[in-house]
Design a protein. Sequence first.
Length: 249
Amino acid sequence: MKKSNKKSQLPASKNENDQYENSGSLKPTTREKIVKAASTIFSNFPYYAASIRMIGKEAEVDHPLINYYFPTKADLFQEVLKITIDEYYKANVQWFDGLAALGPEKGFSLYIDRFIDFALKHPKPMRIIALNLVQAKQFDIIPGYQLLQQFFLNAMQAFIKSVPVKGADFDIQRLTTNFNTMAINYLGASDYYAGILGMESQSPEYLKWVKDSLTYIILPWLKQLLEEVETDNRGIGGETVTARRKRGQ
C-alpha cells in the first residue's frame, strides 16, 4: 500500500479558515471553540494551573492547533480575560438603569438582585476573576492583570456617572472596590464561602446571605456618600468635588 505524500498542514490563514468555517453555517469557528473551551478551563483553574492540553481536550482540538491561533497560553488567557471583563462591565452599566429614582435602600437592593441574577446566568466571569484576582508575590503577575486593575477603575467611573454621590474620589473608589471585591469573591468563589456556612452555593439561603452581607457593609457607606457634601480645600471658594468633576478637573 502506498503511503500518501500529502502532508497535514495548518490552515494557510486564520481569517480564511474562520471564513470558510462560517460560510453557510452557524457552527462556531475553530477559534471560537478554543476561546469558549479556554473560558471553561480558566473558570475552573487559575492561570498557572490551567494548561493548553486541558483546553485542547475541552475544545476537542489538537493542542498544536491552539498554538496556531494563540502562540502562547498568555495570549489565550488575555483574550479570555478581555472578553470576560467586557461582558461584566457592560452588564454592570445596565444594572444602574432606573435606580436613581428609587432611593438608596430600594436602589441598592435592586442593583444586588441584578448582580446576583447575572452571576447565576453567567458564572464564568465571576469565577475567572475570583480565581486570578489575588497574586502571590513569589509568582510573576499573570498576563493581562492590568485588565483586572483597569476594570475596578472603570467600575468606579460607571458608578460616578450613574449615582449622584458627592464624596471625594478616594472614598468612592474605596466603596466601589470593596463592593466589587466582596461580591466577586462571594459569587465567583461561592462553593468555598457557602461550604464554610454549610449551604449550597446557589441556594436561596446562600444568595440571601450574600445580599444581606453586602447590604450590611456597603449600604451605610453609600448613604453617607449620597448625603455628604465634601469640599475640596484645594478648590477656590469651597468648590465641591462633584463640581470639579463636571468641569473635567
